[in-house]
Structure formats: C-alpha cells, structure tokens
Design a protein around this ligand. Sequence first.
Ligand SMILES: [Ca+2]
Ligand SMILES: [Ca+2]
Ligand SMILES: [Ca+2]
Length: 449
Amino acid sequence: MKMTWKQGLLAALSLSVPLSESFAGTADFTVQYQNYNAATPNDSIIEAGVQLRNNTSATLPLSSIVVRYWFTKNGATAVTPACWWWTTASCPGISLTTGSVSATNADQYVEIRFASTAGSLAPGATTVPIDLGITFGGANVNETDDYSYGNQTSFADWSRISVHDVGSAPTAGVRGGTPPSGGTVPPPTVSAEFFDDFTYTGTGDAAFSQLWTVRTYAGGPGVAGATWSAGNVSMVSEGSNRLMRLQTSTNGSVAGTSHSEVISKAQKFKFGTYSARLKFRDTPLSGTRVFADKYVQTFFVITPYNSPSYSEQDFEYLPNGGWGQGNTPTMFLTSFDRNVTASPSARLSYSHDGWRTLVLHVTPSGNTYFIDGVQHASHSAQFAPLINQFLDFQMWFIELGTANGTPRTYFQEVDWVYFAKDTYLDTNAVNAKVTSLRSASVPRKDTVP
Ligand SMILES: [Ca+2]
Ligand SMILES: [Ca+2]
Ligand SMILES: [Ca+2]
C-alpha cells in the first residue's frame, strides 16, 4: 500500500501513545449500526450489528479503544453480553463487560474490548460488523427506551453507540459518537482494602513474606505423594509489569511430581469483593502438553479445611479437562460449605487461555462469580462464609499421564489481587481501583483489619 511520509509518521506515533490517552479527537471513529432484532423490541434479546470506521489519517490499533452500547435493563437481574459473530464464529480478539450508570435512557452499558490480536484499522477503513448480543436471563425488556436503540435494518451512521479510550470512565475519553448525558454512578466508597501487584524481586523478598506463605508441607489435594515445592513459585516480568508465576511439574511418576501453593498470611477476608487478574495457560511452560495430565489452575478463598465452619469459593480451571470432562478445557466455579454435601458448581466448557479478570462477590446472602465482567454463577446464602478466610493460589495434578515419562511443566501467572471489605465493586470499578493504586505508585496495600 502506498503511504505518504506523514501517514507513516502518524502510524508510528500512534504506537507510542499510552493506551489510556486520547491520540486525537472526539471524531476519530464513526459507529455504523444496524438492529439485527428490529422486529422484536420487547423480547429478551438485544442484537446489534456494530462496525467502526477510522476517520483519521493514522492506522489505529483497535486495542486502544472500547465501544459502549447504552440501555435500560428494565429491572432485569441478569445482563449477559455475547459476541455472536465477528470475523469468525468464535469472535477472536473481543471481550465484553458490563457497567452501571445513571444517565438519560441508560442504567447499563455493555463494553466491547479488543485484544491486540484484533489488529489495527487503516485510515478510512471500516471493520466488518460485530454481532453484539445482550440477553437478560430470559426476562423481557423494553428496547425502545434504550439510549443506543434504533430500528434501522441496514447499516447507517449512529452516534448513540460511543467509542472511548480503553480504561476511561464510562462517559469519558470519547473517540466517536455521543455518550448519554447525566451522571454516572460513582463506585461505592471502599473503607478497607487489600492489594498486591506482585512487584517483588522474588519470593525471598521480605515484603512478600510479610503477606504470603509458599507451601512446602506434604498432603492434599491432588496426587498423593507429590511434593509442594517452593521452587515452583517465582516472580517474572511481562514488559514493565511484574507477575507471580506458579508452576506444577511431572514426569508421569509420583516421585517426579510437584505442586505449588501461595496462601495469604492473614485469615481475615470474609464479605466483600475478591478479585484477581490471572493468565491461564493451556500450553506448558516446557515439555509437551499431555492431555492425560489433569491439573488445576486456581484462585480461591478458603477457611482452614478442618474448621467446623469450613467454607471455600473457587475459580478452578482445568486446561486438559478432568473431573468427568474428558479433555475439554473447563472452568469450575464452586462454593463449598462444611454442612452441605452438594456443592453448587458452574461449569464453563471452553478454553480460558490468556488474561482473565476474576471477580467474586461474597455477601451474607450468597456468592456471585464473574469472569471478565460477565456473571457466570450465583450460590445461595447457605454458602456464605461463617468465619474469615485466606486468599489462595494453587496448582496441582488431579491425575497423571503415567504413560509419558518426559518431563513437562505447566504454569499460571497472577498480575494482581484486590479485596474490598464489605463493599461490592463491579469489574470496571475493580479495574479503576487497580489503575488508581498504580497511578499513585502503590505496589501493595493492606488496610483490612
Ligand atoms: Ca429484541
Ligand atoms: Ca430498556
Ligand atoms: Ca503485577
């Protein structure tokens, strides 16, 4: 493609602009919209076709922006966004979250985010349509009172779906379209919080040891006789960010198998928002993926297991399947209670490889699980904790591929963990808290009594 020196310079400049800052103006993008469900504005489905045109003379990375669709949920208790089509049926490169606002004709929005793999949009180019679905747990809603609603059945410019800088507040950082007017609901005030960005030099860092214990004692869960190795926990870099890495290794024999666990020193977490940003990994750090190795990548909270008041809430990801799932990558979201044998568990039968933001609301009336802003499970008050809990990260084998004697090491990484006591933050509010702490150069914080 022929490109002038100026366009080339602008494209180069765009790469050096921080993602949270506007590259240029508020008309960088035009949204074009078609209502794919125009015939039924009063059923339980919103289906919007959305495409984006780049109005600038620069090539703009889609990962630098988000698209927000604004609506009223009319009292519906579940709001579930989905990408039903984009480029291929699996919608690679897109993730979706929801947020709350208080604006004219909008109390909710769905946000479309793009991974770096979604690529860039050339000057004047338009994306193929994104088929955005929003469902309400079967409840019927009224779309005609939605800010972003229109009934056109072919694509036309539409200012009521807006484009913003990634990471911006709901109506801020406008790059295209016009967000609804009116205030946004400020996130609730957090009185006590725990945060760790895992910026340590290593697990020998004294500051790390103040907050966390790396397990070395033997025992369950998992393959009996496996060791729990301190060497399986390390701190690594990803660009300028620091991550905590957990590993689990095997050569197919019990003697050659080691697990890992990092647990908070404090047992003081009960009701509130638990959250962590994890990079789940489907492929090994070294060696070959052996599907007969069934193992678990986790973030969970737990009391002492033997307590008469035992409780536990888990995000457990099985990249190679297991627990009756064959080789299908499966996420289990489970709440345990000492006195209940049937532990409720949601099962998500697809890969979670890559970065995921996990949010768990633990309230006196039950536990609700979110991944990347989407609610996937809600468990009743029976499973609310009775006593304080620990924060925990763990990797372990359920069973081994004993026929394969070649060593292999699997891993997961943790960017940060955040807890807000007695306060319930949605995923956007959690991300805003983490961004704010980082902006203030706070690598870790603990004000939880
Ligand atoms: Ca509809
Ligand atoms: Ca509505
Ligand atoms: Ca980090």
